[in-house]
Design a protein around this ligand. Structure first.
Ligand code: ADP
Ligand code: MG
Length: 399
C-alpha cells in the first residue's frame, strides 16, 4: 500500500526525523489556511498523488508553459493562485502514464534554502533477502539513470536482520554521501533513524529524493515516498487509515473487497485461477502461446460462486479483455461445485467473450459434464497447455 508524501512525512516525524513543517489541504481555502500556519516568506505547494516526478510534471488542462506539480510561492496570494490552478486538474508525470492523475490534495510546506540535494532510500531487497539502504550524491535525479550511467556514485549496503543496524552501516552511508564534520554525523544519525522507522512500520520501500543539505548546514527530508507490506497492515491501524482508494485502480479496490488478489496487466486474455503459483504458471503459458494476460487473479483456495461471479465481473470490466481462461484446481473444493459456480457466473454477467475452462482434481468428470450441458459456449480443456492454446486460438478467431 502506498501513501502520500505528507503522510510519509508525518510518520517519519513521529519517529523523530527532521522534516520541513507543512500541512495537507483539500481546498484552496485550506491551502491558504495551511500557509498561514507556516513561518514564510517562502512556501511550496505540492500536488499529492501516488507518483513521483511531480516537479517536472505537466497539467493536462493548463498551457504547455504552466508550472508543474511542485511550486514555490512567495506570498499567500501566490499560494492561493497555485492551489486554484492545481486542484481538480490532471498531472502527468514520468510515473503516472499518459492518462495522468487528478490532483485532489495539496501539501503546503515550508520553503527550504537548498545547498545540495542527495538521494537516500530503503527497500526490501529480494536478491539478498535483506533490507537494503541506498545513498547517492546525485539527489533529485532518477536513480535508475544514475545506476546505469554512474554506478560509482551509489553506495548500497544490506542489513543482516539478526545483527540489525550497526554503526559501520551508518558510516558507510554517510561517507558514501561524501559528507564531512557535523553533516556526516547528522547523516549517520539519520540513517539509523530511517532504518528504525522502516522496520517499525513494516515498510516495503522508503525513498527520499531529495534529501537536502540546507544553507544553514542541516540535513532534511524534502521529499518522501513510502509503501508498506499489505500483509502487515493489520498491526498498523494508523497506517491502514492512510489508504487513499482514489489513487488506486478501481478494479483492484473492488477485488480487495471480495478478498481476491487482482492485478491489472496490459494484455487481452483475462485469467481466473486459484492459487498464486498456478496463476503465475497460467500467465507464463499464455505468453508462451503468443498472447498476453490481461490480469493476474487468484480467487483463493475456497472460491465460492459469489467470489467467482465477482471475479468474472471484475475481469469483464476491463475493456481490453477479449477472452477468459479459467484454470482451477479442485483440491479443497470439488470441480462440480466450481463448474456450477462458473455456469452461474457466466449467465449472471451475460458473458459475450470466449471462455475456456480447465478443471482438474476432485470430481473433474462431473464438473466437465456440467460445463458441457450448460448450453453456454464454454470450451473445456484437458490440461494447461491445451487450455492456453485454445483460448489464444478462440481470441484470434473472434478478432
Ligand atoms: P517530485 O520528486 O515528485 O518532483 P519533490 O518533492 O522531489 O517532488 O520536489 C521536486 C523539487 O522541488 C525538489 O528536488 C526540490 O528541488 C524542490 N522542492 C521540493 N520541496 C521543496 C521545499 N520544501 N523547499 C524548496 N524546494 C523544494
Ligand atoms: Mg522527489
Amino acid at each position: 500500500m502506498n501513501v502520500h508524501e505528507y503522510q510519509a512525512k508525518e510518520l517519519l516525524k513521529a519517529h523523530g526525523i527532521a522534516v520541513p513543517e507543512g500541512h495537507a489541504a483539500l481546498s484552496v481555502e485550506e491551502a491558504v489556511a495551511a500557509a498561514k500556519k507556516l513561518p514564510g516568506p517562502l512556501y511550496v505547494v505540492k500536488a499529492q498523488i501516488h507518483a513521483g516526478g511531480r516537479g517536472k510534471g505537466k497539467f493536462k488542462e493548463l498551457p504547455e508553459d504552466a508550472k508543474g506539480g511542485v511550486r514555490l510561492a512567495k506570498s499567500l496570494e501566490e499560494v492561493e493562485s497555485h492551489a486554484r490552478e492545481m486542484l481538480g486538474n490532471t498531472l502527468v508525470t514520468v510515473q503516472t502514464g499518459a492518462e495522468g492523475k487528478q490532483v485532489n490534495r495539496l501539501y503546503v510546506t515550508d520553503g527550504v534554502d537548498i545547498a545540495k540535494e542527495y538521494y537516500f532510500s530503503l527497500l526490501v531487497d529480494r536478491a539478498s533477502g535483506r533490507v537494503a539502504m541506498v545513498a547517492s550524491t546525485e539527489g533529485g535525479m532518477d536513480i535508475e539513470a544514475v545506476a546505469h550511467d554512474t554506478p560509482e556514485k551509489i553506495t548500497t549496503i544490506t542489513i543482516d536482520p539478526a545483527q540489525g543496524f550497526m554503526p559501520h552501516h551508518a558510516r558507510a552511508l554517510a561517507f558514501g554521501l561524501k559528507l564531512e564534520g557535523d553533516l556526516n554525523k547528522q547523516a549517520q544519525r539519520l540513517a539509523k533513524q530511517l532504518y528504525d522507522a522502516f522496520m517499525a512500520t513494516d515498510a516495503a520501500m522508503l525513498e527520499i529524493n531529495p534529501l537536502v543539505e540546507t544553507e544553514d548546514d542541516k540535513l532534511t527530508v524534502l521529499d518522501a515516498k513510502m509503501s508498506f507490506d499489505s500483509n502487515a497492515l493489520f498491526r498498523h491501524k494508523d497506517i491502514a487509515e492512510m489508504r487513499d482508494e482514489t489513487e488506486e485502480d478501481p478494479s483492484e479496490v473492488e477485488a480487495s473487497e471480495y478478498d481476491l488478489a487482482y492485478i491489472k496487466l496490459d494484455g487481452n486474455i483475462g485469467c481466473m485461477v486459484n492459487g498464486a503459483g498456478l496463476a503465475m504458471a497460467t500467465m507464463d503459458i499464455i505468453k508462451l502461446n503468443g498472447a498476453f494476460p490481461a490480469n493476474f487473479l487468484d480467487v483463493g483456495g475456497g472460491a465460492t460462486t459469489e467470489k467467482v461471479t465477482a471475479a468474472f465481473k471484475i475481469i469483464l470490466k476491463d475493456p481490453a479483455v477479449e477472452g477468459i481462461l479459467v484454470n482451477i484446481f479442485g483440491g479443497i473444493m470439488k470441480c462440480d461445485v466450481i463448474a456450477n459456480g462458473i455456469v452461474q457466473a457466466a449467465k449472471d454477467v451475460n458473458l459475450q467473450v470466449p471462455l475456456v475452462v480447465r478443471l482438474e482434481g476432485t470430481n473433474v468428470e462431473a464438473g466437465k459434464e456440467i460445463l458441457d450441458n450448460s448450453g453456454l459456449a464454454i470450451v473445456s480443456a484437458d490440461d494447461l497447455g491445451d487450455a492456453a492454446r485454445k483460448i489464444v486460438a478462440e481470441v484470434k478467431q473472434a478478432a
